[in-house]
Unconditional design. Structure first.
Length: 374
């Protein structure tokens, strides 16, 4: 049969033979085959863990929760603080210190009409004081407006007849919470006797900004301490019900978390990792699973840095054989972590197909040119 072939066909067969002799090593690949990953583990490049039983599945990371923050010594939301802005109204009748006008008895200086004198706005100084004409410096920080009213009235005794003072707190810096970050309306929000909770002040700030909260973290600063947890899952029964205190600072931060799927997958991509737990089987499903034409389902690997007891980050590879039915149960218990890499190795049996495809790509242009010429 070979003797009947034309010289051109003979050259084609010779070329095919040379390509076959070159071996499959020259063929394009998406990564190492499964046996190569397992082999290199024996050289100490990384630790290989065979996930073939329940106790081989790594423990799921503990979900982040708010650590308790110590309460203030005296969390009085009505107490004045430096930076607060006050307006003071003084009502006098008869002999006056501040007010003027109205009807008076020129002989006695007595005015039977009640008059009002408004002073302010006044800002509480960094020393926690305010200054009033004729009365001098008055310490107000840490006191309620009603206490300041009594202090001013006491200082006016003997200078004014039966004075009445009203102190209005226009802005309450000391009894407010600052909310910033990924919220719709960041700013300062005054606390009230309703005892606002963490979720309350986030709502007052317009809620989180964006289309999703899977990568949002809430951080609370209080008295030099910090506590944080994912926004997703917060409710009034956990950290979302934390009572806010004067001076607290709340920050909503976006901290993207992700994992990657590589190799013979139907959809190679980087995927966002939600703050809730997601399993290996769910991650494979999102990537379309192993490619039927290219993948070796028995060679599914997860690459991860695992922290050792001495604090070292040890490269670790978990091997899951998805050809075994029990592996699907184990993969449901396998929880992904940030920056995990899932790799699906290619099947060695697919290399002849790749070889024929490569040969076809080489010779197709020659046949097209020949047909065009003829």
């Amino acid at each position: 049969m070979i003797s009947d072939l034309s010289p051109r066909k003979g050259r084609v067969l010779a070329t095919l033979a040379l390509l076959s002799l070159a071996g499959c090593a020259a063929l394009p690949k998406s990564g190492p085959q499964g046996h190569a990953v397992i082999r290199d583990a024996t050289k100490g490049a990384y630790t290989l863990v065979e996930v073939d039983r329940a106790d081989a599945v790594p423990a799921a990371p503990e979900p982040a929760t708010f650590q308790p923050l110590p309460p203030r010594a005296s969390p009085d939301i009505d107490a004045l603080a430096p930076g607060d802005e006050l307006t003071i109204s003084i009502y006098e009748v008869g002999v006056r210190l501040f007010s003027a006008g109205g009807q008076s008895n020129s002989d006695t200086g007595f005015d039977p009409a009640a008059t009002k004198q408004q002073i302010g706005p006044l800002e509480v100084s960094s020393a926690g004081t305010i200054r009033l004409p004729y009365l001098g410096v008055i310490a107000v920080a840490g006191k309620r407006p009603s206490e300041v009213e009594h202090d001013i009235e006491a200082r006016m005794a003997g200078r004014s007849e039966n004075p009445k003072v009203i102190v209005k707190q226009n802005t309450a810096v000391g009894s407010a919470v600052i909310v910033g970050g990924e919220v719709t309306n960041p700013g300062r929000f005054r606390l009230t006797p309703a005892h606002e909770k963490l979720l309350d002040v986030i709502t007052l700030a317009g809620g989180y900004r964006g289309t999703g909260m899977s990568d949002l973290v809430v951080r609370v600063y209080r008295q030099g301490l910090v506590s944080e947890a994912p926004l997703e899952g917060l409710d009034y029964s956990n950290g979302g019900g934390m009572e806010m205190e004067p001076g607290d600072r709340v920050e909503v931060l976006r901290q993207p978390r992700s994992y990657s799927v590589m190799g013979a997958s139907n959809r190679i991509n980087r995927y966002d990792l939600p703050t809730r737990q997601i399993s290996l089987i769910e991650a494979l499903a999102l990537a379309g699973g192993p490619n039927d034409n290219l993948a070796d389902p028995a060679a599914v690997f997860l690459f991860r840095y695992v922290k050792t007891p001495d604090g070292e980050d040890r490269p670790t590879v978990y091997h899951v054989n998805m050809m075994k039915p029990e592996s699907y149960f184990l993969a449901q218990r396998f929880t992904l972590e940030n920056k995990d890499v899932i790799y699906i190795a290619g099947a060695k049996a697919n290399e002849p197909t790749k070889l024929l495809q490569t040969i076809g790509q080489i010779f197709t242009p020659f046949f097209l040119v020949k047909n065009a010429v003829n």
